[in-house]
Write a protein that binds this ligand. Sequence first.
Ligand code: AMP
Length: 299
Amino acid sequence: MSFVVVGTFNLDSIETPQETRERIVGGSGTYCCLAASYFTHPMIVGVVGEDFPRDTIELFKDRGVDTRGLEVRPGKTFFWRGRYAEDPNKRTTLTTEVNVLKGYRPKMPEEYRDAEILFLANIDPELQEGILSQLRNPKLVAMDSMNFWIRTKPESLLSVMQKVDIFFANDEEVKMLTKESNLVKAGKKILERGPSVVVLKKGEHGVLLFSNDRIFGIPAYPSEQVVDPTGAGDSFGGGFLGYLDKVQSYDERDIRVAAVYGSVLASFVIEDFGIDPFKTLSMDKIETRFGEIQRLVSF
Ligand code: AMP
Protein backbone atom coordinates (compact mmCIF):
# COMPACT_ATOMS: atom_id res chain seq x y z
CA MET A 1 0.00 0.00 0.00
CA SER A 2 1.50 3.34 -0.94
CA PHE A 3 -0.59 6.44 -1.16
CA VAL A 4 0.70 10.01 -0.89
CA VAL A 5 -1.58 12.99 -0.29
CA VAL A 6 -0.51 16.60 -0.64
CA GLY A 7 -3.03 19.14 0.58
CA THR A 8 -3.74 21.88 3.08
CA PHE A 9 -3.84 21.42 6.85
CA ASN A 10 -5.81 24.39 8.05
CA LEU A 11 -7.76 26.21 10.67
CA ASP A 12 -11.30 27.07 9.58
CA SER A 13 -14.02 29.31 10.91
CA ILE A 14 -17.34 27.95 9.78
CA GLU A 15 -20.59 29.87 9.78
CA THR A 16 -23.83 27.95 9.31
CA PRO A 17 -27.32 29.39 9.76
CA GLN A 18 -27.52 27.54 13.11
CA GLU A 19 -24.05 27.97 14.59
CA THR A 20 -20.56 29.38 14.10
CA ARG A 21 -17.36 27.55 15.03
CA GLU A 22 -14.10 29.50 15.23
CA ARG A 23 -10.67 28.15 14.22
CA ILE A 24 -11.43 24.47 14.10
CA VAL A 25 -9.17 22.04 12.26
CA GLY A 26 -9.85 21.61 8.54
CA GLY A 27 -7.99 21.59 5.24
CA SER A 28 -8.13 19.38 2.17
CA GLY A 29 -5.21 17.20 3.31
CA THR A 30 -6.69 16.77 6.78
CA TYR A 31 -10.07 15.51 5.59
CA CYS A 32 -8.53 13.42 2.85
CA CYS A 33 -5.99 11.58 5.01
CA LEU A 34 -8.50 10.87 7.76
CA ALA A 35 -11.00 9.44 5.27
CA ALA A 36 -8.31 7.37 3.52
CA SER A 37 -7.04 6.03 6.84
CA TYR A 38 -9.98 3.59 6.96
CA PHE A 39 -8.47 1.73 4.00
CA THR A 40 -4.73 2.38 3.97
CA HIS A 41 -1.86 4.28 5.62
CA PRO A 42 -1.74 7.60 3.77
CA MET A 43 1.55 9.49 3.67
CA ILE A 44 0.92 13.21 3.95
CA VAL A 45 2.81 16.21 2.59
CA GLY A 46 2.00 19.72 3.75
CA VAL A 47 2.78 22.48 6.18
CA VAL A 48 1.23 23.83 9.36
CA GLY A 49 2.11 26.72 11.65
CA GLU A 50 2.89 26.55 15.34
CA ASP A 51 -0.78 27.14 16.18
CA PHE A 52 -1.95 23.87 14.57
CA PRO A 53 -3.23 21.62 17.39
CA ARG A 54 -0.78 18.92 18.36
CA ASP A 55 -3.61 16.57 19.29
CA THR A 56 -4.73 16.54 15.64
CA ILE A 57 -1.26 15.38 14.60
CA GLU A 58 -1.59 12.69 17.29
CA LEU A 59 -5.00 11.73 15.87
CA PHE A 60 -3.38 11.34 12.42
CA LYS A 61 -0.73 9.05 13.89
CA ASP A 62 -3.28 7.03 15.86
CA ARG A 63 -5.18 6.43 12.64
CA GLY A 64 -2.02 5.15 10.93
CA VAL A 65 -1.28 8.27 8.88
CA ASP A 66 2.41 8.74 8.07
CA THR A 67 3.20 12.34 9.10
CA ARG A 68 6.88 12.50 8.15
CA GLY A 69 6.04 14.85 5.27
CA LEU A 70 4.09 17.31 7.44
CA GLU A 71 6.30 20.30 8.27
CA VAL A 72 5.69 22.52 11.27
CA ARG A 73 6.96 26.01 10.48
CA PRO A 74 7.21 29.23 12.46
CA GLY A 75 4.12 31.35 11.78
CA LYS A 76 0.40 30.88 11.45
CA THR A 77 -1.48 27.99 9.86
CA PHE A 78 -3.46 28.60 6.63
CA PHE A 79 -6.78 30.08 7.70
CA TRP A 80 -10.11 29.92 5.86
CA ARG A 81 -13.50 31.33 6.78
CA GLY A 82 -16.62 30.14 5.00
CA ARG A 83 -20.33 30.80 5.33
CA TYR A 84 -23.13 28.40 4.35
CA ALA A 85 -26.55 29.58 3.26
CA GLU A 86 -29.79 27.82 4.29
CA ASP A 87 -29.10 25.65 1.25
CA PRO A 88 -25.92 23.82 2.38
CA ASN A 89 -24.77 23.52 -1.25
CA LYS A 90 -24.27 27.28 -1.30
CA ARG A 91 -21.04 28.41 0.31
CA THR A 92 -19.25 31.74 0.31
CA THR A 93 -15.57 32.12 1.10
CA LEU A 94 -15.18 35.13 3.40
CA THR A 95 -11.44 34.96 4.15
CA THR A 96 -8.43 33.07 2.84
CA GLU A 97 -5.09 33.66 4.61
CA VAL A 98 -2.40 31.42 3.18
CA ASN A 99 0.08 32.26 6.01
CA VAL A 100 2.74 29.48 6.25
CA LEU A 101 1.81 28.22 2.80
CA LYS A 102 3.34 31.38 1.32
CA GLY A 103 6.80 30.55 0.03
CA TYR A 104 6.45 26.90 1.09
CA ARG A 105 8.18 24.48 -1.26
CA PRO A 106 7.14 20.93 -0.39
CA LYS A 107 9.88 18.39 -0.06
CA MET A 108 8.79 14.82 -0.26
CA PRO A 109 10.53 12.45 2.15
CA GLU A 110 12.72 9.92 0.31
CA GLU A 111 10.54 7.10 1.71
CA TYR A 112 7.47 8.48 -0.11
CA ARG A 113 8.99 8.72 -3.59
CA ASP A 114 8.08 5.25 -4.79
CA ALA A 115 4.38 5.62 -3.93
CA GLU A 116 1.96 4.23 -6.49
CA ILE A 117 -0.97 6.57 -5.92
CA LEU A 118 -0.66 10.33 -5.59
CA PHE A 119 -3.52 12.60 -4.66
CA LEU A 120 -2.92 16.27 -5.32
CA ALA A 121 -5.70 17.48 -3.05
CA ASN A 122 -6.84 21.08 -3.16
CA ILE A 123 -3.78 23.34 -2.74
CA ASP A 124 -1.85 25.87 -4.84
CA PRO A 125 -1.46 24.21 -8.29
CA GLU A 126 2.20 25.25 -8.41
CA LEU A 127 2.80 23.11 -5.34
CA GLN A 128 0.82 20.27 -6.90
CA GLU A 129 3.14 20.39 -9.91
CA GLY A 130 6.21 20.50 -7.66
CA ILE A 131 5.10 17.41 -5.77
CA LEU A 132 4.20 15.49 -8.90
CA SER A 133 7.74 15.89 -10.21
CA GLN A 134 9.18 14.37 -7.01
CA LEU A 135 7.47 10.99 -7.35
CA ARG A 136 9.47 8.38 -9.28
CA ASN A 137 6.84 6.34 -11.05
CA PRO A 138 3.27 6.80 -9.82
CA LYS A 139 0.68 4.45 -11.32
CA LEU A 140 -2.29 6.70 -10.60
CA VAL A 141 -2.35 10.47 -10.12
CA ALA A 142 -5.49 12.34 -9.11
CA MET A 143 -6.13 16.01 -8.44
CA ASP A 144 -8.74 18.27 -6.92
CA SER A 145 -8.96 22.05 -6.80
CA MET A 146 -11.18 24.94 -5.77
CA ASN A 147 -12.67 28.14 -7.18
CA PHE A 148 -9.94 30.17 -5.41
CA TRP A 149 -7.18 28.58 -7.55
CA ILE A 150 -9.31 28.48 -10.72
CA ARG A 151 -9.66 32.24 -10.35
CA THR A 152 -6.11 33.10 -9.29
CA LYS A 153 -3.92 30.52 -11.08
CA PRO A 154 -5.89 29.04 -14.00
CA GLU A 155 -2.84 28.40 -16.20
CA SER A 156 -0.93 26.49 -13.54
CA LEU A 157 -4.04 24.47 -12.81
CA LEU A 158 -4.55 23.53 -16.45
CA SER A 159 -0.91 22.55 -16.69
CA VAL A 160 -1.24 20.06 -13.78
CA MET A 161 -4.53 18.77 -15.16
CA GLN A 162 -2.80 17.58 -18.35
CA LYS A 163 -0.64 15.25 -16.27
CA VAL A 164 -3.24 13.52 -14.09
CA ASP A 165 -5.38 10.42 -14.55
CA ILE A 166 -8.36 11.44 -12.41
CA PHE A 167 -9.73 14.95 -12.00
CA PHE A 168 -12.13 15.69 -9.12
CA ALA A 169 -14.29 18.80 -9.19
CA ASN A 170 -17.69 20.00 -8.07
CA ASP A 171 -20.28 21.27 -10.52
CA GLU A 172 -19.56 24.96 -9.88
CA GLU A 173 -15.80 24.49 -10.40
CA VAL A 174 -16.20 22.49 -13.57
CA LYS A 175 -18.50 25.11 -15.08
CA MET A 176 -16.07 27.86 -14.11
CA LEU A 177 -13.11 26.01 -15.61
CA THR A 178 -14.71 25.06 -18.91
CA LYS A 179 -17.10 28.04 -19.23
CA GLU A 180 -19.72 25.44 -20.11
CA SER A 181 -23.04 25.31 -18.27
CA ASN A 182 -24.05 21.81 -19.38
CA LEU A 183 -22.32 19.40 -16.99
CA VAL A 184 -22.01 16.55 -19.49
CA LYS A 185 -20.34 18.81 -22.04
CA ALA A 186 -18.17 20.29 -19.32
CA GLY A 187 -17.06 16.82 -18.16
CA LYS A 188 -16.19 15.86 -21.73
CA LYS A 189 -14.20 19.08 -22.23
CA ILE A 190 -12.05 18.15 -19.23
CA LEU A 191 -11.48 14.65 -20.60
CA GLU A 192 -10.10 16.27 -23.76
CA ARG A 193 -7.49 18.04 -21.64
CA GLY A 194 -5.82 14.89 -20.34
CA PRO A 195 -7.48 13.04 -17.46
CA SER A 196 -8.99 9.66 -18.30
CA VAL A 197 -11.63 9.94 -15.56
CA VAL A 198 -13.50 13.04 -14.38
CA VAL A 199 -15.32 12.76 -11.08
CA LEU A 200 -18.00 15.38 -10.79
CA LYS A 201 -19.22 15.95 -7.24
CA LYS A 202 -22.71 17.37 -7.04
CA GLY A 203 -23.21 17.64 -3.28
CA GLU A 204 -26.53 16.22 -2.17
CA HIS A 205 -27.22 15.19 -5.78
CA GLY A 206 -24.44 12.63 -5.81
CA VAL A 207 -21.56 11.99 -8.16
CA LEU A 208 -21.06 11.49 -11.89
CA LEU A 209 -17.99 9.70 -13.25
CA PHE A 210 -17.01 10.43 -16.83
CA SER A 211 -14.56 8.35 -18.81
CA ASN A 212 -14.08 8.32 -22.56
CA ASP A 213 -16.89 5.95 -23.39
CA ARG A 214 -18.99 5.86 -20.23
CA ILE A 215 -20.85 7.88 -17.64
CA PHE A 216 -21.59 6.35 -14.26
CA GLY A 217 -23.65 7.96 -11.52
CA ILE A 218 -24.61 7.35 -7.91
CA PRO A 219 -26.84 9.37 -5.61
CA ALA A 220 -25.50 10.83 -2.39
CA TYR A 221 -26.47 9.02 0.80
CA PRO A 222 -29.85 10.53 1.77
CA SER A 223 -28.79 12.31 4.94
CA GLU A 224 -31.20 13.93 7.36
CA GLN A 225 -28.47 15.48 9.43
CA VAL A 226 -26.36 18.04 7.56
CA VAL A 227 -24.53 20.14 10.16
CA ASP A 228 -21.36 21.29 8.36
CA PRO A 229 -20.70 20.31 4.73
CA THR A 230 -17.03 21.38 4.91
CA GLY A 231 -14.64 18.67 3.83
CA ALA A 232 -17.23 16.52 2.08
CA GLY A 233 -15.36 16.76 -1.24
CA ASP A 234 -11.96 16.02 0.32
CA SER A 235 -13.34 13.11 2.33
CA PHE A 236 -14.91 11.78 -0.84
CA GLY A 237 -11.49 11.91 -2.54
CA GLY A 238 -9.76 10.32 0.45
CA GLY A 239 -12.25 7.45 0.68
CA PHE A 240 -12.15 6.93 -3.10
CA LEU A 241 -8.36 6.78 -3.43
CA GLY A 242 -7.80 5.05 -0.09
CA TYR A 243 -10.04 2.24 -1.29
CA LEU A 244 -8.17 1.98 -4.63
CA ASP A 245 -4.89 1.78 -2.74
CA LYS A 246 -6.29 -1.01 -0.58
CA VAL A 247 -7.49 -3.13 -3.52
CA GLN A 248 -4.50 -2.24 -5.73
CA SER A 249 -6.67 -2.17 -8.82
CA TYR A 250 -7.83 0.70 -10.98
CA ASP A 251 -10.29 -1.06 -13.25
CA GLU A 252 -13.75 0.28 -14.06
CA ARG A 253 -15.58 -1.79 -11.42
CA ASP A 254 -13.20 -0.87 -8.63
CA ILE A 255 -13.41 2.78 -9.58
CA ARG A 256 -17.20 2.56 -9.24
CA VAL A 257 -16.96 0.86 -5.84
CA ALA A 258 -14.42 3.52 -4.83
CA ALA A 259 -16.97 6.22 -5.68
CA VAL A 260 -19.49 4.57 -3.35
CA TYR A 261 -16.97 4.44 -0.48
CA GLY A 262 -16.10 8.09 -1.20
CA SER A 263 -19.78 8.99 -0.90
CA VAL A 264 -20.09 7.08 2.36
CA LEU A 265 -17.14 8.92 3.92
CA ALA A 266 -18.52 12.27 2.73
CA SER A 267 -21.93 11.45 4.20
CA PHE A 268 -20.44 10.95 7.67
CA VAL A 269 -18.25 14.04 7.66
CA ILE A 270 -21.17 16.44 7.10
CA GLU A 271 -23.00 15.20 10.20
CA ASP A 272 -20.97 17.34 12.59
CA PHE A 273 -18.49 20.24 12.55
CA GLY A 274 -14.97 19.85 11.17
CA ILE A 275 -13.23 16.55 11.74
CA ASP A 276 -15.31 15.57 14.80
CA PRO A 277 -17.15 12.76 12.94
CA PHE A 278 -13.85 10.91 12.44
CA LYS A 279 -13.34 10.64 16.18
CA THR A 280 -16.14 8.07 16.49
CA LEU A 281 -16.43 6.65 12.97
CA SER A 282 -15.76 2.90 12.63
CA MET A 283 -15.32 0.61 9.63
CA ASP A 284 -18.53 -1.19 10.68
CA LYS A 285 -20.53 2.01 10.28
CA ILE A 286 -18.90 2.58 6.89
CA GLU A 287 -19.80 -0.92 5.67
CA THR A 288 -23.39 -0.58 6.92
CA ARG A 289 -23.87 2.64 4.99
CA PHE A 290 -22.19 1.13 1.91
CA GLY A 291 -24.87 -1.60 2.02
CA GLU A 292 -27.60 1.01 2.35
CA ILE A 293 -26.41 2.80 -0.79
CA GLN A 294 -26.27 -0.54 -2.61
CA ARG A 295 -29.91 -1.23 -1.69
CA LEU A 296 -30.87 2.32 -2.60
CA VAL A 297 -29.77 1.90 -6.21
CA SER A 298 -30.72 -1.72 -6.90
CA PHE A 299 -33.92 -2.30 -8.89
P1 AMP B 1 -14.36 21.00 0.71
O1 AMP B 1 -15.52 21.35 1.61
O2 AMP B 1 -14.14 19.54 0.55
O3 AMP B 1 -14.37 21.77 -0.56
O4 AMP B 1 -13.02 21.51 1.47
C1 AMP B 1 -13.03 22.46 2.47
C2 AMP B 1 -11.63 22.64 3.03
O5 AMP B 1 -10.80 23.30 2.07
C3 AMP B 1 -11.64 23.52 4.27
O6 AMP B 1 -11.32 22.76 5.41
C4 AMP B 1 -10.58 24.60 3.98
O7 AMP B 1 -9.66 24.77 5.01
C5 AMP B 1 -9.88 24.15 2.73
N1 AMP B 1 -9.58 25.27 1.86
C6 AMP B 1 -10.24 26.44 1.75
N2 AMP B 1 -9.70 27.24 0.80
C7 AMP B 1 -8.65 26.56 0.31
C8 AMP B 1 -7.70 26.82 -0.73
N3 AMP B 1 -7.72 27.96 -1.43
N4 AMP B 1 -6.76 25.88 -0.98
C9 AMP B 1 -6.76 24.72 -0.31
N5 AMP B 1 -7.60 24.39 0.67
C10 AMP B 1 -8.57 25.30 0.98
